[in-house]
Design a protein around this ligand. Structure first.
Ligand SMILES: *[C@@H]1O[C@H](CO)[C@@H](O)[C@H](O)[C@H]1NC(C)=O
Ligand SMILES: *[C@@H]1O[C@H](CO)[C@@H](O)[C@H](O)[C@H]1NC(C)=O
Ligand SMILES: *[C@@H]1O[C@H](CO)[C@@H](O)[C@H](O)[C@H]1NC(C)=O
Ligand SMILES: *[C@@H]1O[C@H](CO)[C@@H](O)[C@H](O)[C@H]1NC(C)=O
Ligand SMILES: *[C@@H]1O[C@H](CO)[C@@H](O)[C@H](O)[C@H]1NC(C)=O
Ligand SMILES: *[C@@H]1O[C@H](CO)[C@@H](O)[C@H](O)[C@H]1NC(C)=O
Ligand SMILES: *[C@@H]1O[C@H](CO)[C@@H](O)[C@H](O)[C@H]1NC(C)=O
Ligand SMILES: *[C@@H]1O[C@H](CO)[C@@H](O)[C@H](O)[C@H]1NC(C)=O
Length: 544
């Protein structure tokens, strides 16, 4: 298979209609395709299972040794779309053979600062028969700032344009390749991909019929800024200051939170089901309190730091703009902030985006980051990257559907943000719960980290995770299929069943399953049966 790929890859670098090739249907159909501002730079026919080498991929996107395999007999195209005189977007199209095409389009988004094609979601989609699309969001690479320096149009692509371009070019490509429009158009993404989807529903409501949006980084600038502000709250970058809480102390702090708060949801499983409902007093970990030994316990200054670490974030004018960091979550922002004894955040997006898109300064560091740096970014909002507009009325009116999901153990985008956004949309559109549930359902997954992973039964057909479990390819267990069922048959998902696999090896042996419910309905143990069975969990609407 791998040998076949190499010989079939044809890098042309010329416009599509000049391609003359007859080795297969893919090639001959490609010759007739013509889309404004769009150049097909490569095409190849890939039988199911073919290894695709992607040597042009930059290191931060997994290159140059990245390979993915095709998941259907398909025609793969690589396209460049010129978006302005100074910007372009690279797209991939995976077009299953007409006989196995399910008649639908699936577009995908990005993660972090963008720049990497989401092959995992494309593989899942093409495997199910979707015409699947991916985008680099207008630049290559998930680390770096040079691509944004002095490039407002590149920032516009990342900020709000890339998904719209993908939708438009994707639809046209489907029309020309299959000779008919897709019956329905879908989008799936997580993190930045979740943000891109919500923003698309707000700005370009006609693009998609259904959106699957995981762990969405909706107020993107506040999320990224929070990393700097929270780090500063624990004494960073002054690693020797008495207020600094050392990396090794954080696991003890989180363990104490779990010990104290996990039982309150009725099941002792290491998972705090609803972390936003609780407070945590770090006094219990003070030196002398007898809980932690002399090398791990918290000094009075450190207690103050930990207390502040879990407070929400306010703008310089005092308005709360970001909810509190999640209790019980991994603590990357607090515990991964030095390299070789020097202060440096492992989270690179803050430095990259403020250097390249906010301050136009290649030497800027977040070491003195404050609320004014956050507010300044919000004022300029380059590329309209902050996407917290709750007005989804046009998308709602046209009958679009949204399934969103968010881990309750999210160390990157605090899950309270999804709660706030949901309530914000409900209020902006003046909808009853029944009415908002008719187009937008939000599922919280206790014990899931950012987008995937964690102690919980987190596998629900997540975006960005390949492969889907073939044994669970149904709307009860797979959120993408649940979305299709809702859009096309009007059956809204009452629940989603999540699965926990041994070693998180998807499709492997199942350790536990749990039933999840659309917010504000919560998943509660029935107090009778084995907690590792989905049927032992009921959907309960909290009182009040
Ligand atoms: C991104 O990388 C591809 C090769 O994979 C290249 O064709 C394209 O020009 C690059 N785009 C930008 C904006 O650098
Ligand atoms: C960014 O800074 C460079 C010099 O460091 C300057 O030439 C350029 O005009 C600046 N661009 C913007 C958009 O301010
Ligand atoms: C921090 O403390 C270490 C060890 O106590 C010392 O070697 C280092 O010089 C100190 N750094 C600063 C910036 O004070
Ligand atoms: C203190 O506790 C930590 C774990 O809680 C342990 O790894 C360490 O060895 C202990 N140190 C001492 C001096 O007892
Ligand atoms: C870490 O710091 C030491 C001493 O300053 C230096 O010798 C070493 O090369 C550094 N390692 C890395 C990975 O930067
Ligand atoms: C909101 O909807 C209710 C009916 O569900 C209606 O009575 C009320 O006037 C609406 N409020 C606004 C501000 O539109
Ligand atoms: C899971 O990981 C453990 C420890 O690495 C290993 O012993 C076990 O065989 C793995 N199970 C599977 C199904 O891969
Ligand atoms: C749950 O427990 C009840 C009572 O013990 C039992 O009747 C029922 O069959 C159990 N259900 C499952 C799915 O195990």
């Amino acid at each position: 298979m791998a040998l076949l790929t190499k010989s079939v890859v044809i890098l042309l670098g010329v416009v599509a209609h000049q391609v003359v090739c007859s080795i297969d249907t893919c090639a001959s159909l490609v010759t007739s395709i013509s889309i404004p501002n769009t150049t097909i730079i490569a095409h190849n026919y890939l039988p199911n299972g073919t290894n695709i080498a992607l040597p042009g991929t930059v290191e931060s996107c997994g290159g140059p040794d990245l390979t993915v395999n095709s998941t259907a007999d398909l025609c793969r195209l690589v396209l460049v779309v010129s978006t302005t005189a100074s910007s372009e977007v690279q797209l991939e199209a995976w077009l299953p053979d007409p006989e196995i095409w399910n008649g639908r389009l699936l577009a995908t988004g990005n993660g972090g600062i963008g720049g990497c094609i989401d092959y995992a979601t494309m593989q899942n989609g093409a495997g199910l028969g979707f015409a699947a699309f991916g985008t680099n969001a207008g630049h290559n690479g998930s680390v770096g700032y040079e691509f944004f320096l002095n490039q407002p149009e590149v920032i516009n692509n990342f900020g709000h344009r890339a998904i719209h371009v993908e939708a438009e070019v994707g639809k046209e490509l489907v029309r020309q390749y299959y000779g008919t429009e897709a019956t329905k158009n879908y989008y799936a993404g997580c993190s930045t991909g979740g943000r891109q989807g919500f923003q698309n529903a707000n700005l370009y409501p006609e693009d998609f019929d259904g959106l699957l949006l995981g762990s969405p980084g909706i107020n993107w600038l506040h999320i990224v800024a929070s990393k700097g502000i929270l780090a500063r709250r624990i004494g960073w970058p002054f690693l020797n200051s008495s207020a600094y809480v050392r990396p090794e102390q954080w696991s003890a702090i989180v363990e104490a939170q779990i010990r104290q708060l996990d039982p309150l949801d009725g099941v002792v499983d290491g998972i705090i089901d609803e972390p936003t409902k609780h407070r945590f007093d770090p006094m219990s970990l003070a030196c002398g309190a007898g809980v932690l030994n002399g090398s791990m316990c918290l000094s009075p200054q450190q207690i103050e730091s930990v207390r502040k670490a879990y407070e929400p974030i306010a703008s310089t004018s005092g308005q709360i703009v970001y909810p509190a960091f999640e209790l019980g979550s991994k603590t990357d922002v607090f515990s991964e902030n030095q390299k070789n004894g020097t202060a440096q955040l492992s989270y690179t997006i803050l430095q990259d985006f403020w250097r390249g898109a906010i301050y136009n300064d290649s030497n800027w560091t977040p070491n003195s980051f404050s609320e004014s740096d956050m507010d300044f970014a919000l004022e300029t909002n380059p590329g309209q990257v902050n996407a917290d507009d709750t007005d989804l009325s046009s998308f709602h009116r046209r009958g679009g559907k949204i399934i969103s999901y968010h881990g309750r153990n999210d160390e990157t985008v605090t899950s309270a943000l999804s709660e706030q956004f949901f309530v914000g949309v409900q209020s902006a559109l003046n909808l009853t719960l029944e009415e908002i549930h008719d187009f937008y359902r939000l599922f919280f997954l206790p014990g899931m980290h950012h987008c995937s992973g964690g102690l919980g039964a987190w596998s629900i057909g997540n975006a960005q995770k390949y492969p889907y479990d073939k044994k669970l390819l149904d709307p009860d267990h797979n959120a993408l299929l649940a979305l299709v069922e809702w859009v096309e048959n009007g059956a809204a998902p009452k629940t989603l069943i999540g699965t926990k696999y041994e070693n998180d090896s998807m499709g492997g042996s199942i350790i536990a399953q749990r039933t999840y419910c659309p917010y504000p309905i919560v998943s509660k143990w029935n107090k009778v049966n084995d907690t590792s069975l989905a049927t032992s969990w009921d959907c309960v609407l909290p009182e009040g």
